[in-house]
Write a protein that binds this ligand. Structure first.
Ligand SMILES: [Cu+2]
Length: 302
């Protein structure tokens, strides 16, 4: 009798771990929210030993924030990260996504939208403003809502950008209205750790990762030896970047790399089985970008 219970429990665990055979419908509740964002909360460039005043590092802007159903309560944008990039939207190939968007921007009072890369949708879920052609999906006015209906297709596995494509797209992207979709294959193993790295220039003088500049402000990513780690890398803005991680290599279609170029709205997903304990740096290897803040710490413990 007891043995039968154990078998049933074990089977239950296997079923829970395996991806569902049936495609899911995943609902995300997202809002455009105005915030005062600080790019350098500790006021310091630790490597150059320079200090910054809040008047140089804080600016008012609009960002995407995740909410509970019907926008009742704010949520963290992802379990591990809650900086400038909007909610990390997860799906598997075959899933349908319903992204319920509300514009809560009262500071700038601009219409906003969400435009998604890498997934299938009808024109009414494109979110791109074109005077005379686009509809309400492309200019959701303050206080209004729109639901974007997306499908993760056979060629949708990977990391993808989303961003404001409304009438104020340029200001919005400069200010951080972007985020990522993270899509796994139908039966692909999920990583143990997922790190979101978004390279973007901000303000007049800063080059940020996830909206933060300089070691001590940018995200500290953590993993343990043996874990499957995944880096979702993206660039937004008008610059190209070269993503580099110390002490590690990864395999691309052109062979092993430890530095890889990424341009505006491009994305890639890098994976490795972690085997190198220590405190490492990750950064953009464009020297000028690194000096202006695009650098952070990666901690691997045994
Ligand atoms: Cu760069």
């Amino acid at each position: 009798m007891r043995r039968a219970v154990v078998v049933v429990l074990a089977l239950g665990a296997v079923l829970a771990a395996a991806p569902s055979a049936h495609a899911a419908v995943r609902d995300y509740w997202v809002a455009a929210v105005d915030v005062d964002w600080n790019m350098v909360p500790n006021g310091r460039d630790a490597i150059e030993d320079m200090m910054y005043d809040a008047s140089q590092t804080v600016f008012p802007t609009v960002v995407y924030r995740r909410y509970t159903k019907s926008w009742k309560k704010p949520l963290r944008n992802s379990p591990d990260q809650d900086l400038i990039p909007g909610p990390l939207i997860h799906a598997r190939v075959g899933d349908k996504l319903r992204i319920h968007f509300k514009n809560l921007d009262t500071a700038f009072n601009r219409p906003h939208s969400m435009h998604f890369h890498g997934v299938e949708y009808k024109p009414s879920s494109d979110g791109a403003y074109l005077p005379g052609f686009s509809g309400r999906d492309a200019e959701v006015k303050p206080g209004q809502t729109w639901t974007y209906k997306l499908t993760a297709g056979k060629d949708s596995a990977g990391a993808w950008p989303y961003h404001d494509h409304g009438p104020a797209m340029d200001e919005s992207i400069d200010g951080g209205m972007f985020g990522m979709l993270s899509i796994l294959g139908r039966h692909e193993q999920a990583p143990d750790r997922e790190f979101e790295v978004v390279f973007a220039p901000m303000g007049k003088n800063f080059m940020t990762i996830d909206g933060r500049a300089f070691v001590g402000n940018t995200p500290v990513f953590r993993a343990k030896v043996g874990e499957l780690v995944q880096w979702d890398v993206m660039a937004m803005g008008s610059d190209f970047h070269t993503f580099h991680v110390h002490g590690h290599r990864w395999v691309t279609s052109e062979g092993p790399r430890d530095t890889q170029t990424i341009g505006p709205a491009e994305t890639y997903r890098i994976r490795w089985r972690e085997d190198a304990p220590g405190t490492w740096l990750y950064h953009c290897h464009v020297e000028d970008h690194m000096m202006h803040g695009m650098i952070g710490i990666y901690r691997v413990t045994k």
